[in-house]
Ligand binder design. Structure first.
Ligand SMILES: Cc1cc2nc3c(=O)[nH]c(=O)nc-3n(C[C@H](O)[C@H](O)[C@H](O)COP(=O)(O)OP(=O)(O)OC[C@H]3O[C@@H](n4cnc5c(N)ncnc54)[C@H](O)[C@@H]3O)c2cc1C
Length: 313
C-alpha cells in the first residue's frame, strides 16, 4: 500500500478545511500520515478524515517553514513516502519549497488532481483561466505536490483515532526568524471557503457604501460575502474577501455576482460554483457566459428589490 504524507495546518482548535480536503484525496491513494503543524488540538479529527498516523509538531513562535522542513526532510529520507501533499497556502508553500531544496527534487505546484502512476506521479493543472487541463508527470521522487483549495471535498469517514508521534524540530539557530506578532482576522457569519451561498460585489456597485447591499442580501440568505480584486484594491473591502486567481477559490452551491464583469482572473476562482447568478447592466458582460441565471439590470434597482422580497418572507 502506498504511503502518503499530508501536511495539515492547525487553525484555532482544529485542522484547516484545506488540510481535510487533502486527506480526502490522500486516503484514496494509500495509508495516510498527517504532518500536523500546531499545538495538536483537534488531532482526532485527522483520524476521522482518514489519517492512520499523525506526526504532530508545534513550532510555537518560530516561523514554521525552516524547522518543519528540516525535520520533515529527515522523516522523508527515513520512510520514503510515495507522495507528499501540501495545500496551495502560505505556510504549506514555504515548507514545500524548503523541503524540495533539501531533498534535491522539484515541486508540482497548483495541482487540481494527483494520481500515482507506474514509476511516478501525474498531476492535473488548470490553465488558460481553467478552460484547459494540462497534465504533468514526474518520475524522480520524493514527489512533492501542492494542491489548490477546493480541489477535493473534505468529508469525514468516521475513522479511528490516529496514532500520534511527535515530529521533533531541530534546535533554533541564532539567525532563525520568529513570529513577533500575529493578528486574528475578525470574522462574522459564514466564511468564504466553507459557505454554501456566496454573494460577491464588484466595481459596478459604484461605491464602498453600496457594498452594504451585498451584506444585507447575504444576511437574508445566510451567505458569505465576496468581492472582486477591483474593489479590494480600491479599499472598499478587505483582501480576505477577494475571490479569484490571487484571492480565494470557492465552490458554493450558489454564487451571486453583482456588478462583476467576469474577468478571467475572477472567474477562475468561482466558475465551479454549482449555480451562478449574475446581475450586470451590460448584457455582454463576460460573467453571463458562466451564469446559470442572468439579470440584466442596475444593481441599485435589483438588489434592493431582492432584499425587500426576502425580508418580506
Ligand atoms: C495577475 C492578476 C491577478 C488578478 N487576480 C484577480 C482576482 O483574484 N480576483 C479578481 O476579481 N480580479 C483579479 N484581477 C483583476 C481582474 O482582471 C479584473 O480587473 C477584476 O476582476 C474586475 O473587477 P470588477 O468586475 O469588479 O470590475 P470591472 O471589470 O470594472 O466590472 C464592473 C462591472 O460592473 C458592471 N456595472 C457597472 N455599473 C453597474 C450597475 N449600476 N449595475 C450593474 N452592473 C454594473 C459593468 O457593466 C462591469 O461589467 C487580477 C488581475 C491580474 C492582472
Amino acid at each position: 500500500m502506498a504511503n502518503i504524507f499530508v501536511l495539515v495546518e492547525q487553525e484555532g482548535d482544529g485542522p484547516t478545511t484545506l488540510g481535510l480536503e487533502l486527506l480526502a484525496k490522500a486516503r484514496t491513494l494509500g495509508e495516510v500520515t498527517a504532518v500536523y503543524v500546531g499545538t495538536g488540538a483537534g488531532v482526532d479529527v485527522l483520524g476521522e478524515h482518514g489519517a492512520a498516523r499523525v506526526l504532530q509538531t508545534d513550532p510555537g513562535d518560530r516561523l514554521p517553514a525552516g524547522p518543519v522542513a528540516e525535520a520533515l526532510a529527515e522523516r522523508v529520507s527515513a520512510e520514503s513516502p510515495d507522495l507528499i501533499l501540501f495545500g496551495q497556502a502560505y505556510t504549506d508553500r514555504d515548507i514545500a519549497g524548503r523541503l524540495a531544496a533539501r531533498l534535491g527534487v522539484g515541486v508540482l505546484s497548483n495541482a487540481s488532481d494527483v494520481r500515482l502512476v507506474e514509476g511516478g506521479v501525474e498531476t492535473d493543472h488548470e490553465i488558460l483561466g481553467g478552460s484547459q487541463i494540462a497534465t504533468a508527470r514526474a518520475s524522480r521522487g520524493p514527489f512533492i505536490v501542492l494542491v489548490r483549495p477546493k480541489s477535493f471535498v473534505a468529508e469525514s469517514t468516521g475513522g479511528n483515532a490516529p496514532t500520534v508521534e511527535e515530529l521533533v524540530l531541530p534546535a533554533a539557530g541564532s539567525a532563525e526568524a520568529t513570529v513577533s506578532e500575529s493578528h486574528v482576522e475578525e470574522r462574522e457569519g459564514p466564511q468564504l471557503g466553507d459557505a454554501s451561498i456566496i454573494v460577491s460585489g464588484g466595481r459596478g456597485l459604484g461605491s464602498a457604501e453600496a457594498y452594504e447591499l451585498i451584506e444585507r442580501l447575504a444576511k437574508q440568505l445566510g451567505a458569505a460575502t465576496g468581492a472582486t480584486r477591483a474593489i479590494v484594491d480600491s479599499g472598499w473591502v478587505p483582501y480576505a474577501k477577494q475571490v479569484g486567481q490571487t484571492g480565494k477559490t470557492v465552490k458554493p452551491d450558489v454564487y451571486i455576482a453583482a456588478g462583476v464583469s467576469g474577468a478571467m482572473q475572477h472567474m477562475v476562482g468561482m466558475k465551479d460554483s454549482k449555480t451562478i447568478i449574475a446581475i450586470n447592466k451590460d448584457p455582454d458582460a463576460p460573467i453571463f457566459s458562466v451564469a446559470d441565471l442572468g439579470v440584466v439590470g442596475d444593481v441599485h434597482d435589483v438588489l434592493p428589490k431582492l432584499i425587500e422580497a426576502l425580508e418580506a418572507r
